[in-house]
Design a protein around this ligand. Structure first.
Ligand code: HEM
Length: 394
């Protein structure tokens, strides 16, 4: 199967500037189009607490129960469960992933017995379902009722975008609500639509073609039957901020890109009529300058063209609005640079994120920027990557 990788490239750059402690860090901007081909999920973890109030009820004085995670599933310190060994497929807009392990709740001296196993996440665009094999003792008859492959929870992806990790993707805090079908397994204590715990999951996506589930019907299983057709006029955009070089020397100038993860999502581009638009935020850049010289400093950036295979989009389509997130050390934000979709050079031209003038107070500032990507309508779906190089002058 010929396809374009949806995997972002990781770039870290050191940029030397004469006579100055200059550091560079890479930012990769990836636009993953809906036509991106499926990748095989070889591993992954689903984190889900079912419902916090249910866990409290089970452990508390009413149910006097207990919870057991089994089959490879584990209980985290906060009481939520980790279901391991993800398998399945993932592409630009869909996920089909199954996870191993089970969790078993008991209570009321055995009158409550609920097992959730065989968890599967199925996502298509902005909606999805959490499927599970559920066994639960009924409140009335006391017999175990089985709910195989029940759509236990409805998932809302409208506000959550996947972020690229080093070897796959992750989704964090996906809102989940009880379904009609799932309610009986909880003795109908929750009606359909009741909020359950949000779920998070990561998948390791091998950059390889998935196994064709029905090779007999595929006239040529060796090629992508439709590699370039955009399913819809939308793209998922992800900005990967490579870990910045840190220079934590007291009494000098240092800067780093903050955040535990190194990924910023631009979400899904929306059709704005005459163009496609996506927005996101640069990971904040923390600058500390305690030099006694009080010399001026600035952080600037420049983006390369976006490429997807042989297709190219000009880097000028990316613009930004810099801001001082946390003031300090006399730092000020750089000028707004609009997307150069219609006019101007956008961030293809070196642009200032922020800086401080000579004589500034010593201190620490955090600089951020709202990123603004505008693409012409009709932009071919695909995986576009560009590098935004941040450079400090001090
Ligand atoms: C002897 C049988 C049972 C008794 C006496 C009982 C009693 C209760 C009581 C008093 C509450 C209210 C707790 C509160 O408001 O804080 C409750 C809640 C609940 N029970 Fe039971 N229950 C029984 C069996 C079951 C069974 C078989 C299930 C099936 C899974 C179940 C699922 C629930 C759920 C989901 C809640 C709501 C917990 C929450 O989120 O607050 N119960 N039960």
């Amino acid at each position: 199967m010929n396809h374009t990788s949806t995997r972002p490239r990781w770039v870290t750059r050191a940029v030397g500037v004469a006579g100055a402690a200059a550091l560079g860090a890479g930012v990769v901007v990836v636009a993953a189009g809906p036509a991106a081909a499926a990748e095989t999920v070889s591993d992954g973890t689903l984190s889900w607490g079912v419902k916090q109030s249910f866990r409290s009820y089970i452990a508390g004085p009413i149910a006097h129960g207990s919870v057991t995670a089994a089959g490879g599933a584990t209980t985290a310190g906060d009481g939520t469960f980790q279901f391991p060994s993800g398998t399945g497929t993932v592409d630009g807009t869909t996920v089909d992933a199954a996870f191993a392990g089970s969790v078993h709740f008991t209570g009321h001296s055995g009158q409550l017995a609920l097992t959730i196993a065989g968890l599967e996440v199925h996502i298509d665009g902005t909606s999805g379902v959490l499927v599970a094999d559920v066994d639960s003792k009924s409140l009335s008859g006391g017999t175990i009722e089985s709910y195989p492959d029940v759509e236990l929870a409805a998932l809302d992806l409208s506000g959550v975008s996947p972020v690229a990790t080093a070897d796959g993707y992750s989704w964090t805090g996906v809102p989940a609500t009880m379904t009609e079908a799932g309610a009986p397994a909880f003795a109908d204590f929750y009606s359909a639509g009741t909020a359950l715990d949000p779920l998070s999951f990561t998948v390791v996506a091998d950059d390889a073609a998935p196994v064709d589930p029905d090779p007999g019907t595929d006239p040529d299983p060796g090629t992508d039957p439709d590699p370039g057709t955009p399913a819809e006029n939308e793209q998922q955009l992800t900005v990967v901020v490579a870990e910045g070089a840190v220079e934590p020397e007291p009494g000098t100038f240092s800067w780093e890109i903050s955040g535990d993860d190194s990924v910023v999502s631009l979400g899904t581009a929306t059709d704005e009529g005459d163009h496609l638009a996506a927005a996101g935020q640069l990971k904040p850049v923390v600058v500390t300058d305690t030099r006694s010289t009080r010399s001026a400093w600035s952080i600037s950036a420049q983006v390369s063209d976006f490429t997807a295979g042989s297709a190219t989009l000009p880097g000028k389509y990316l613009g930004w609005t810099p801001e001082v997130v946390t003031a300090g050390g006399g730092a000020t934000a750089g000028e707004v640079v609009p997307s150069g979709r219609l006019t101007g050079s956008g961030l293809a031209e070196t642009s200032t994120l922020g800086g401080a003038p000579t004589g500034h107070e010593p201190g620490t500032a955090t600089l951020g920027a709202d990123l603004d990507l505008e693409l012409p309508t009709g932009t071919a779906a695909g995986t576009y990557a560009a590098t935004l190089t941040l450079t400090a002058l001090s």
